[in-house]
Structures are given as C-alpha cells and as structure tokens.
Design a protein around this ligand. Structure first.
Ligand SMILES: *Cc1c(COP(=O)(O)O)cnc(C)c1O
Length: 234
C-alpha cells in the first residue's frame, strides 16, 4: 500500500509552493490566497489526513457525497471549514447548511432565500455565502450573470442569517483564464464598493490558479493537483 499521508504531504507542499510563487509574482503577500482542498470523489480518510497536515478548508460539490463525508471526518476528529462549491437544489439547502460553513455557489435569489431560511433555523451564527458568477453567461455550470449578480448579492446581504462573503467563479473552459479572472475582479470591485466586507474572490483551480492569483483571488479551490486525477466529468 502506498503511504497516502506521504503522498498528500508531498502534493500539498507543491501546491503551497505554487500558490506562494504566484502570490510573489503578483506582488501580493505570500499568504494572500488561501487554499481550499477540493476532496470530491476522495474519501473522508483523505480529509482527515489533510486536516492533520494543516489544511483548514475543504470543498465539496455534491450534497449526497459531502454530508456523510463531513460526518465521518468529524467522527475521526477532523472539523475543517466545509465549502459547498457545486450546483445546489433548494431542497438540499437544509442538509448543506447542517455541515457547510461557506456556500460558494449561490446563483439565484430563490436559493439565497432557501439557504437563509435553513440557516436561521439551524445555525446561531450567519452562514457565509458567495455569489457564484457566470463569466460567459452560459448557465450550464451554474452562476448568475448580468443584473442577476446584484439581485443575488442584495438578497444575501439583506438576510440576517447569511453573511455576504464575496464572489466565486469557474473560468469557462474555452476562455483565456486571465480574461475570465480579470472580469471577475471587476465584478468583485463593484461588489466591494457597496459591501466593503465582501472581499472574498474564490477563483482558480489546479490548472489556472496562477492566473486567478494574478487577478486577486483570495481563495483557490484545488482538487486534482492535491489529491490526484478524477473522472474528468467531475
Ligand atoms: C472540482 C472543482 C474544483 C477543483 O478542480 P481541480 O481542477 O481538480 O483542481 C474547483 N472548483 C469547483 C467548482 C469544482 O467543482
């Protein structure tokens, strides 16, 4: 059996190095971009190992996988901050709110309201919520576009059980990532002008974290570079 802990530790060191170099190249502090380890398709035991290696934040994109994983990790003593990063149906809002600390993929007013309702009944402190932005306006990967971005951000900001953290996006596969993340940065600037505390920019994955960090990403969501290759569809 390979030593999974050693494997994850080596990959983590590489990813942290890439993040630090990208920050330095962008003239930003070395720790300006925070790592969210995307553990989808990988077992709770990996979450436990990563937490033991100092990873504080993990991301998941499917409730039916994340809910039991968060429970097993917690049973094994690992309680990282869970970021929900996938498309979310309103009937899953209660389940997600029961373990997630951050929902990064809020892309409709209806979803914001469902999360607000769930958070007000299940939590004492507000749930952090990001507006997922669709850079190219294609709804296939989720995300709000145009004026919907501001409708969603206003509905989050006006809910007492949610805290508007900022914005999240996935670069469209057929776009130059620099162009995509530059647009996200200008949307973030506009959001911060009216909501000064909403500074999170969750952008950048294994293939494009450098471009995201050049354009102000505060959080990068890294899966395959850290945990290994997955089925390409996920
Ligand atoms: C899977 C996923 C990631 C991580 O992608 P990698 O290319 O494996 O780093 C990041 N963000 C979202 C929304 C994802 O679904």
């Amino acid at each position: 059996m390979t030593d999974r802990r050693a494997e994850l530790s080596a990959a983590l060191q590489q990813v942290r190095g890439r993040i630090a170099r990208a920050c330095a190249a962008a003239g930003r502090p070395e720790d300006a971009a925070h790592l969210v380890a995307v553990t989808k398709t990988y077992p709770a035991s990996d979450v436990v190992l990563l937490a033991g290696l100092g990873v504080t934040d993990v991301g998941e994109n499917r409730d039916q996988e994340a809910a039991p994983k968060a429970a097993s990790a917690a049973a094994a003593g690992a309680t990282p901050r869970w970021h929900f990063i996938g498309q979310l149906q309103r009937n899953k809002a209660r389940s997600v709110v029961s373990y997630a600390d951050v929902v990064e993929s809020v892309d409709s007013v209806r979803l914001a309201l469902a999360l607000a309702r769930a958070a007000s009944s299940l939590r004492d402190d507000p749930l952090e919520a990001l507006v997922q932005v669709s850079i190219d306006g294609d709804p296939a990967r989720g995300g709000a576009a145009g004026d919907d971005i501001w409708r969603v951000s206003d509905s989050i900001a006006s809910s007492t059980s949610l805290r508007l953290g900022g914005v999240m996006a996935v670069a469209p596969t057929d776009w130059d990532p620099d162009r995509a993340f530059e647009q996200l940065k200008s949307i973030s600037d506009r959001l911060i002008a009216s909501h000064p505390d909403s500074k999170m920019i969750s952008a950048g994955m294994s293939g494009d974290l450098e471009a995201a960090i050049r354009h102000g990403a505060t959080h990068v969501r890294i899966g395959s570079s850290l945990l290994g290759m997955r089925n390409p569809l996920r």
